[in-house]
Design a binder for this molecule. Structure first.
Ligand code: 5RP
Length: 398
Protein backbone atom coordinates (compact mmCIF):
# COMPACT_ATOMS: atom_id res chain seq x y z
CA UNK A 1 0.00 0.00 0.00
CA UNK A 2 1.41 3.40 -0.92
CA UNK A 3 2.28 5.87 1.81
CA UNK A 4 0.22 9.01 2.02
CA UNK A 5 2.95 10.99 3.66
CA UNK A 6 5.60 10.94 1.01
CA UNK A 7 6.35 13.69 -1.50
CA UNK A 8 5.96 12.16 -4.95
CA UNK A 9 7.67 15.11 -6.61
CA UNK A 10 4.41 16.04 -8.30
CA UNK A 11 4.20 19.37 -6.52
CA UNK A 12 7.15 21.21 -8.05
CA UNK A 13 5.18 22.76 -10.87
CA UNK A 14 2.10 23.67 -8.93
CA UNK A 15 3.65 25.40 -5.94
CA UNK A 16 2.50 28.96 -5.38
CA UNK A 17 4.81 31.95 -5.33
CA UNK A 18 4.90 34.55 -2.57
CA UNK A 19 2.28 37.27 -3.02
CA UNK A 20 3.91 40.22 -4.74
CA UNK A 21 1.83 42.76 -2.83
CA UNK A 22 3.40 42.05 0.55
CA UNK A 23 0.48 40.10 2.01
CA UNK A 24 1.14 36.87 3.82
CA UNK A 25 0.70 33.52 2.09
CA UNK A 26 -2.06 32.33 4.43
CA UNK A 27 -3.63 35.75 4.21
CA UNK A 28 -4.20 35.37 0.45
CA UNK A 29 -5.59 31.87 0.92
CA UNK A 30 -2.51 29.78 0.16
CA UNK A 31 -2.20 26.45 1.96
CA UNK A 32 0.97 24.69 3.04
CA UNK A 33 1.91 21.04 2.78
CA UNK A 34 4.29 20.21 5.60
CA UNK A 35 5.39 16.99 3.92
CA UNK A 36 6.34 18.54 0.59
CA UNK A 37 7.36 21.80 2.24
CA UNK A 38 5.57 24.02 -0.26
CA UNK A 39 2.58 26.35 -0.44
CA UNK A 40 -0.27 25.87 -2.92
CA UNK A 41 -2.80 28.29 -4.25
CA UNK A 42 -5.68 25.87 -3.83
CA UNK A 43 -9.00 25.29 -2.13
CA UNK A 44 -8.15 21.60 -1.69
CA UNK A 45 -7.98 20.23 1.82
CA UNK A 46 -5.25 17.72 1.02
CA UNK A 47 -2.01 17.90 -0.89
CA UNK A 48 -2.48 16.56 -4.40
CA UNK A 49 1.09 15.27 -4.38
CA UNK A 50 1.26 13.31 -1.12
CA UNK A 51 -2.20 13.45 0.49
CA UNK A 52 -1.14 15.35 3.63
CA UNK A 53 -3.80 17.64 5.08
CA UNK A 54 -2.87 21.20 4.14
CA UNK A 55 -2.26 23.90 6.75
CA UNK A 56 -4.50 26.94 6.38
CA UNK A 57 -3.04 28.92 9.27
CA UNK A 58 0.44 29.73 10.55
CA UNK A 59 1.83 27.50 13.29
CA UNK A 60 2.65 30.27 15.76
CA UNK A 61 0.12 31.87 18.09
CA UNK A 62 1.18 35.34 16.96
CA UNK A 63 0.76 34.38 13.31
CA UNK A 64 -2.70 32.93 13.99
CA UNK A 65 -3.75 36.08 15.79
CA UNK A 66 -2.47 38.28 12.98
CA UNK A 67 -4.36 36.25 10.40
CA UNK A 68 -7.57 36.36 12.44
CA UNK A 69 -7.19 40.14 12.75
CA UNK A 70 -6.72 40.47 8.99
CA UNK A 71 -9.78 38.36 8.30
CA UNK A 72 -11.93 40.21 10.79
CA UNK A 73 -10.97 43.50 9.12
CA UNK A 74 -9.21 45.03 12.14
CA UNK A 75 -5.83 44.97 10.43
CA UNK A 76 -6.68 46.23 7.01
CA UNK A 77 -3.57 46.89 5.01
CA UNK A 78 -3.02 48.91 1.87
CA UNK A 79 -2.56 45.65 0.05
CA UNK A 80 -6.03 44.49 1.08
CA UNK A 81 -7.49 47.62 -0.40
CA UNK A 82 -5.95 46.77 -3.78
CA UNK A 83 -8.19 45.16 -6.42
CA UNK A 84 -9.24 41.79 -4.98
CA UNK A 85 -8.81 38.51 -6.74
CA UNK A 86 -12.32 37.05 -6.44
CA UNK A 87 -11.01 33.51 -6.16
CA UNK A 88 -8.93 34.46 -3.14
CA UNK A 89 -11.35 36.72 -1.36
CA UNK A 90 -14.45 34.56 -1.65
CA UNK A 91 -15.70 33.95 1.88
CA UNK A 92 -15.60 30.34 2.98
CA UNK A 93 -19.34 30.39 3.46
CA UNK A 94 -20.09 31.57 -0.10
CA UNK A 95 -21.99 29.08 -2.25
CA UNK A 96 -19.75 26.60 -4.02
CA UNK A 97 -19.61 26.66 -7.83
CA UNK A 98 -22.25 24.62 -9.68
CA UNK A 99 -20.13 21.47 -9.98
CA UNK A 100 -18.90 21.59 -6.41
CA UNK A 101 -22.42 21.65 -5.08
CA UNK A 102 -23.13 18.28 -6.68
CA UNK A 103 -20.50 16.40 -4.74
CA UNK A 104 -21.30 17.03 -1.16
CA UNK A 105 -19.05 18.58 1.42
CA UNK A 106 -20.00 16.74 4.53
CA UNK A 107 -18.87 19.48 6.92
CA UNK A 108 -21.16 22.30 8.03
CA UNK A 109 -20.05 25.61 6.54
CA UNK A 110 -17.96 27.81 8.80
CA UNK A 111 -16.96 31.45 8.63
CA UNK A 112 -13.40 32.61 8.02
CA UNK A 113 -12.58 32.63 11.72
CA UNK A 114 -13.94 29.14 12.18
CA UNK A 115 -17.16 30.34 13.82
CA UNK A 116 -20.36 28.77 12.60
CA UNK A 117 -22.23 31.16 10.30
CA UNK A 118 -25.66 30.10 11.44
CA UNK A 119 -26.41 32.63 14.17
CA UNK A 120 -28.93 34.54 12.09
CA UNK A 121 -30.70 31.42 10.91
CA UNK A 122 -33.78 29.95 12.47
CA UNK A 123 -33.51 26.86 14.65
CA UNK A 124 -35.18 24.84 11.91
CA UNK A 125 -32.65 25.95 9.35
CA UNK A 126 -29.83 25.08 11.73
CA UNK A 127 -31.31 21.64 12.29
CA UNK A 128 -31.48 20.91 8.56
CA UNK A 129 -27.90 22.16 8.10
CA UNK A 130 -26.60 19.46 10.45
CA UNK A 131 -25.21 16.18 9.17
CA UNK A 132 -23.67 15.50 5.80
CA UNK A 133 -25.00 17.28 2.76
CA UNK A 134 -25.68 14.43 0.37
CA UNK A 135 -27.20 16.63 -2.29
CA UNK A 136 -30.40 14.58 -2.19
CA UNK A 137 -28.53 11.32 -2.82
CA UNK A 138 -28.57 8.17 -0.78
CA UNK A 139 -25.38 7.70 1.27
CA UNK A 140 -24.05 4.86 -0.91
CA UNK A 141 -24.60 6.79 -4.11
CA UNK A 142 -23.03 9.93 -2.63
CA UNK A 143 -20.08 7.90 -1.36
CA UNK A 144 -19.47 6.28 -4.76
CA UNK A 145 -19.81 9.63 -6.53
CA UNK A 146 -17.23 11.08 -4.13
CA UNK A 147 -14.80 8.32 -5.06
CA UNK A 148 -15.01 9.34 -8.71
CA UNK A 149 -15.34 13.12 -8.48
CA UNK A 150 -13.02 14.03 -5.61
CA UNK A 151 -14.83 16.16 -3.04
CA UNK A 152 -11.68 18.16 -2.22
CA UNK A 153 -11.85 20.00 -5.52
CA UNK A 154 -14.84 18.53 -7.38
CA UNK A 155 -12.57 17.24 -10.14
CA UNK A 156 -12.03 13.84 -11.70
CA UNK A 157 -9.26 12.11 -13.59
CA UNK A 158 -10.54 8.87 -15.07
CA UNK A 159 -8.27 6.58 -17.06
CA UNK A 160 -10.15 4.89 -19.92
CA UNK A 161 -8.98 1.43 -20.93
CA UNK A 162 -12.29 -0.01 -22.13
CA UNK A 163 -11.56 0.35 -25.85
CA UNK A 164 -11.18 -3.38 -26.46
CA UNK A 165 -14.91 -3.92 -25.95
CA UNK A 166 -15.49 -3.04 -29.59
CA UNK A 167 -11.97 -2.44 -30.98
CA UNK A 168 -10.30 -5.66 -29.80
CA UNK A 169 -6.56 -5.36 -29.14
CA UNK A 170 -6.26 -1.61 -29.60
CA UNK A 171 -2.79 -0.28 -30.47
CA UNK A 172 -0.64 0.02 -27.32
CA UNK A 173 -3.40 -1.54 -25.22
CA UNK A 174 -2.64 -5.07 -26.39
CA UNK A 175 -1.55 -6.12 -22.88
CA UNK A 176 -3.85 -4.21 -20.51
CA UNK A 177 -2.13 -5.38 -17.30
CA UNK A 178 1.18 -3.86 -18.40
CA UNK A 179 -0.49 -0.63 -19.46
CA UNK A 180 -2.60 -0.22 -16.34
CA UNK A 181 -0.05 -1.09 -13.61
CA UNK A 182 2.18 2.01 -13.77
CA UNK A 183 -0.77 4.38 -14.28
CA UNK A 184 -3.09 3.14 -11.57
CA UNK A 185 -1.75 5.34 -8.81
CA UNK A 186 -2.16 8.53 -10.84
CA UNK A 187 -5.81 8.22 -11.82
CA UNK A 188 -8.82 8.75 -9.57
CA UNK A 189 -10.75 5.93 -11.25
CA UNK A 190 -10.35 3.38 -14.01
CA UNK A 191 -12.93 2.86 -16.75
CA UNK A 192 -12.84 -0.69 -18.05
CA UNK A 193 -14.76 -3.87 -18.88
CA UNK A 194 -15.30 -6.74 -16.48
CA UNK A 195 -12.97 -8.94 -18.57
CA UNK A 196 -10.05 -6.57 -18.19
CA UNK A 197 -10.85 -5.90 -14.54
CA UNK A 198 -10.81 -9.60 -13.65
CA UNK A 199 -7.72 -10.47 -15.68
CA UNK A 200 -5.57 -7.37 -15.56
CA UNK A 201 -6.14 -5.33 -12.40
CA UNK A 202 -4.82 -6.44 -9.00
CA UNK A 203 -7.75 -6.85 -6.58
CA UNK A 204 -5.65 -5.13 -3.92
CA UNK A 205 -6.01 -1.80 -5.68
CA UNK A 206 -7.85 1.03 -3.98
CA UNK A 207 -8.63 2.75 -7.28
CA UNK A 208 -12.40 2.87 -7.94
CA UNK A 209 -13.67 0.98 -10.98
CA UNK A 210 -16.07 2.49 -13.52
CA UNK A 211 -17.42 -0.62 -15.16
CA UNK A 212 -18.55 -0.56 -18.78
CA UNK A 213 -21.75 -2.57 -18.93
CA UNK A 214 -22.81 -1.91 -22.53
CA UNK A 215 -21.62 -3.61 -25.70
CA UNK A 216 -22.59 -6.07 -28.40
CA UNK A 217 -21.05 -4.61 -31.56
CA UNK A 218 -17.59 -4.53 -33.10
CA UNK A 219 -15.65 -2.19 -35.34
CA UNK A 220 -16.04 -4.62 -38.26
CA UNK A 221 -19.74 -5.28 -37.64
CA UNK A 222 -22.76 -3.72 -39.28
CA UNK A 223 -23.56 -0.91 -36.86
CA UNK A 224 -21.60 0.16 -33.79
CA UNK A 225 -24.63 1.78 -32.24
CA UNK A 226 -26.42 -1.52 -31.68
CA UNK A 227 -25.58 -1.96 -28.03
CA UNK A 228 -27.28 -3.61 -25.12
CA UNK A 229 -26.61 -3.94 -21.42
CA UNK A 230 -24.27 -6.94 -21.19
CA UNK A 231 -23.46 -7.09 -17.46
CA UNK A 232 -25.91 -7.81 -14.66
CA UNK A 233 -26.18 -5.59 -11.62
CA UNK A 234 -25.19 -8.59 -9.46
CA UNK A 235 -21.95 -9.03 -11.36
CA UNK A 236 -21.23 -5.29 -11.15
CA UNK A 237 -21.66 -5.52 -7.37
CA UNK A 238 -19.38 -8.59 -7.25
CA UNK A 239 -16.80 -6.49 -9.06
CA UNK A 240 -17.24 -3.73 -6.49
CA UNK A 241 -18.04 -1.23 -9.24
CA UNK A 242 -18.09 2.40 -8.16
CA UNK A 243 -20.08 3.39 -11.24
CA UNK A 244 -21.51 1.78 -14.36
CA UNK A 245 -20.82 3.14 -17.85
CA UNK A 246 -23.05 2.76 -20.87
CA UNK A 247 -23.09 4.40 -24.31
CA UNK A 248 -26.03 6.12 -25.89
CA UNK A 249 -26.07 6.82 -29.63
CA UNK A 250 -28.30 9.84 -30.11
CA UNK A 251 -29.31 10.34 -33.75
CA UNK A 252 -28.25 6.84 -34.79
CA UNK A 253 -30.29 3.88 -36.02
CA UNK A 254 -30.31 2.41 -32.50
CA UNK A 255 -31.01 5.66 -30.68
CA UNK A 256 -34.20 4.37 -29.07
CA UNK A 257 -32.65 1.12 -27.88
CA UNK A 258 -29.59 2.74 -26.32
CA UNK A 259 -31.49 5.56 -24.60
CA UNK A 260 -34.04 3.08 -23.24
CA UNK A 261 -31.08 0.95 -22.03
CA UNK A 262 -29.82 3.97 -20.11
CA UNK A 263 -33.17 4.64 -18.45
CA UNK A 264 -33.51 1.01 -17.35
CA UNK A 265 -29.92 0.83 -16.13
CA UNK A 266 -30.29 3.98 -14.02
CA UNK A 267 -33.41 2.48 -12.43
CA UNK A 268 -31.63 -0.76 -11.54
CA UNK A 269 -28.34 0.84 -10.45
CA UNK A 270 -30.08 3.41 -8.29
CA UNK A 271 -31.68 0.61 -6.25
CA UNK A 272 -28.16 -0.33 -5.13
CA UNK A 273 -26.75 3.18 -4.84
CA UNK A 274 -24.52 2.86 -7.90
CA UNK A 275 -24.10 5.90 -10.15
CA UNK A 276 -24.33 5.63 -13.92
CA UNK A 277 -21.99 7.35 -16.35
CA UNK A 278 -23.59 7.86 -19.78
CA UNK A 279 -21.19 8.01 -22.70
CA UNK A 280 -22.50 10.16 -25.56
CA UNK A 281 -20.99 8.09 -28.33
CA UNK A 282 -20.89 9.73 -31.73
CA UNK A 283 -21.32 7.81 -34.98
CA UNK A 284 -19.21 8.61 -38.04
CA UNK A 285 -22.02 10.50 -39.71
CA UNK A 286 -22.72 12.88 -36.79
CA UNK A 287 -20.73 16.01 -36.01
CA UNK A 288 -19.28 16.66 -32.58
CA UNK A 289 -20.52 20.23 -32.32
CA UNK A 290 -22.07 22.00 -29.33
CA UNK A 291 -25.57 21.72 -30.76
CA UNK A 292 -25.40 17.96 -31.09
CA UNK A 293 -23.42 17.30 -27.91
CA UNK A 294 -25.67 19.46 -25.74
CA UNK A 295 -28.66 17.54 -27.10
CA UNK A 296 -27.04 14.18 -26.33
CA UNK A 297 -25.76 15.23 -22.87
CA UNK A 298 -29.10 16.69 -21.84
CA UNK A 299 -30.95 13.56 -22.95
CA UNK A 300 -28.56 11.43 -20.89
CA UNK A 301 -29.12 13.62 -17.82
CA UNK A 302 -32.88 13.55 -18.32
CA UNK A 303 -32.75 9.75 -18.27
CA UNK A 304 -31.10 10.01 -14.85
CA UNK A 305 -27.38 9.60 -15.67
CA UNK A 306 -25.30 10.83 -12.74
CA UNK A 307 -22.29 11.82 -14.86
CA UNK A 308 -22.12 12.35 -18.61
CA UNK A 309 -19.06 11.74 -20.71
CA UNK A 310 -18.79 13.67 -23.93
CA UNK A 311 -16.34 15.39 -26.25
CA UNK A 312 -14.82 18.83 -26.05
CA UNK A 313 -16.05 21.18 -28.79
CA UNK A 314 -16.18 24.82 -29.74
CA UNK A 315 -18.62 26.72 -27.51
CA UNK A 316 -18.30 23.95 -24.93
CA UNK A 317 -19.90 26.08 -22.19
CA UNK A 318 -23.17 25.67 -24.08
CA UNK A 319 -22.90 21.92 -23.45
CA UNK A 320 -21.99 22.18 -19.76
CA UNK A 321 -24.49 24.96 -19.03
CA UNK A 322 -27.46 22.98 -20.27
CA UNK A 323 -26.50 19.70 -18.61
CA UNK A 324 -27.60 19.51 -14.96
CA UNK A 325 -25.11 16.78 -14.02
CA UNK A 326 -21.30 16.79 -14.07
CA UNK A 327 -19.65 16.39 -17.47
CA UNK A 328 -16.36 14.57 -18.04
CA UNK A 329 -14.52 14.87 -21.34
CA UNK A 330 -13.18 11.97 -23.45
CA UNK A 331 -9.68 12.40 -24.82
CA UNK A 332 -10.43 11.10 -28.30
CA UNK A 333 -7.88 9.86 -30.81
CA UNK A 334 -4.17 10.42 -30.19
CA UNK A 335 -3.01 13.97 -30.76
CA UNK A 336 0.30 15.63 -29.80
CA UNK A 337 0.81 15.77 -26.02
CA UNK A 338 0.62 19.54 -25.78
CA UNK A 339 -2.70 19.53 -27.65
CA UNK A 340 -4.11 16.89 -25.30
CA UNK A 341 -3.07 19.02 -22.33
CA UNK A 342 -4.75 22.01 -23.94
CA UNK A 343 -7.91 19.96 -24.40
CA UNK A 344 -7.77 19.06 -20.69
CA UNK A 345 -7.27 22.68 -19.66
CA UNK A 346 -10.02 24.02 -21.94
CA UNK A 347 -12.47 21.32 -20.86
CA UNK A 348 -12.11 22.28 -17.21
CA UNK A 349 -12.28 25.96 -18.00
CA UNK A 350 -15.43 25.23 -19.97
CA UNK A 351 -17.12 23.63 -16.97
CA UNK A 352 -16.18 19.93 -17.13
CA UNK A 353 -15.22 18.19 -13.89
CA UNK A 354 -12.29 16.53 -15.60
CA UNK A 355 -11.26 14.11 -18.29
CA UNK A 356 -11.76 10.42 -18.97
CA UNK A 357 -8.68 9.95 -21.10
CA UNK A 358 -7.32 6.84 -22.74
CA UNK A 359 -5.36 6.94 -25.99
CA UNK A 360 -3.73 10.28 -25.29
CA UNK A 361 -2.20 8.73 -22.19
CA UNK A 362 -1.29 5.17 -23.04
CA UNK A 363 -0.53 5.78 -26.73
CA UNK A 364 1.95 8.46 -25.67
CA UNK A 365 5.61 7.41 -25.70
CA UNK A 366 5.67 8.37 -22.02
CA UNK A 367 2.35 7.38 -20.44
CA UNK A 368 3.35 8.06 -16.82
CA UNK A 369 4.75 11.50 -17.67
CA UNK A 370 1.58 12.24 -19.61
CA UNK A 371 -0.89 11.18 -16.92
CA UNK A 372 1.05 13.18 -14.33
CA UNK A 373 0.96 16.26 -16.55
CA UNK A 374 -2.78 15.82 -17.14
CA UNK A 375 -3.23 15.42 -13.39
CA UNK A 376 -1.33 18.63 -12.70
CA UNK A 377 -4.06 20.46 -14.64
CA UNK A 378 -7.05 18.52 -13.35
CA UNK A 379 -6.10 18.57 -9.68
CA UNK A 380 -3.31 21.11 -9.58
CA UNK A 381 -2.91 24.64 -10.76
CA UNK A 382 -0.85 24.09 -13.88
CA UNK A 383 -1.72 25.81 -17.12
CA UNK A 384 -0.93 24.22 -20.48
CA UNK A 385 2.64 25.52 -20.72
CA UNK A 386 3.60 24.43 -17.23
CA UNK A 387 1.96 21.04 -17.66
CA UNK A 388 3.74 20.51 -20.96
CA UNK A 389 7.09 21.46 -19.41
CA UNK A 390 6.33 18.99 -16.65
CA UNK A 391 5.62 16.30 -19.26
CA UNK A 392 8.91 17.01 -21.06
CA UNK A 393 10.88 16.97 -17.79
CA UNK A 394 9.35 13.71 -16.65
CA UNK A 395 9.82 12.16 -20.08
CA UNK A 396 13.57 12.82 -20.03
CA UNK A 397 15.60 9.63 -19.71
CA UNK A 398 17.20 8.99 -16.32
C1 5RP B 1 -15.04 4.28 -25.93
C2 5RP B 1 -14.92 5.05 -24.69
C3 5RP B 1 -13.57 5.47 -24.24
O1 5RP B 1 -13.44 5.15 -22.90
C4 5RP B 1 -13.42 6.93 -24.45
O2 5RP B 1 -13.50 7.25 -25.79
C5 5RP B 1 -12.18 7.55 -23.78
O3 5RP B 1 -11.03 7.15 -24.34
P1 5RP B 1 -10.20 8.06 -25.34
O4 5RP B 1 -9.60 9.16 -24.49
O5 5RP B 1 -9.16 7.15 -25.91
O6 5RP B 1 -11.15 8.63 -26.35
O7 5RP B 1 -15.88 5.32 -24.02
O8 5RP B 1 -16.37 4.22 -26.30
Amino acid sequence: MRSVLECKQMCADSKASKPADGRGRYEVGQRRCNTCGVFFDTANMHCQCCGTKLRTKPRSKAGKERLAAVHSGSAATAAEAAAPNPAKTKPASAPEPKRAAKTSDSKPQKGRNGAATTTAKSAAAVATARGPNLGGMDWGLANRMASIIRPEDSRALMLAVDHGYFLGPTERLEEPDRVIAPLLEYCDSLMLTRGVQRTSVPPTTRTPMVLRVSGGSSIIGEDLSQEDVTVSIQDAIRLNASALALSIFVGSKYEYQTIANLGRLVGRAQEYGIPVLAVTAVGKELGKDARYLSLACRIAAEQGAHIVKTYYCEDFEKVTRSCPVPIIVAGGKKIPERDALELTYNSIRGGAVGVDMGRNIWQSDHPVAMIRAVRSIVHGTNDVDRAYRMYLDLAKPG
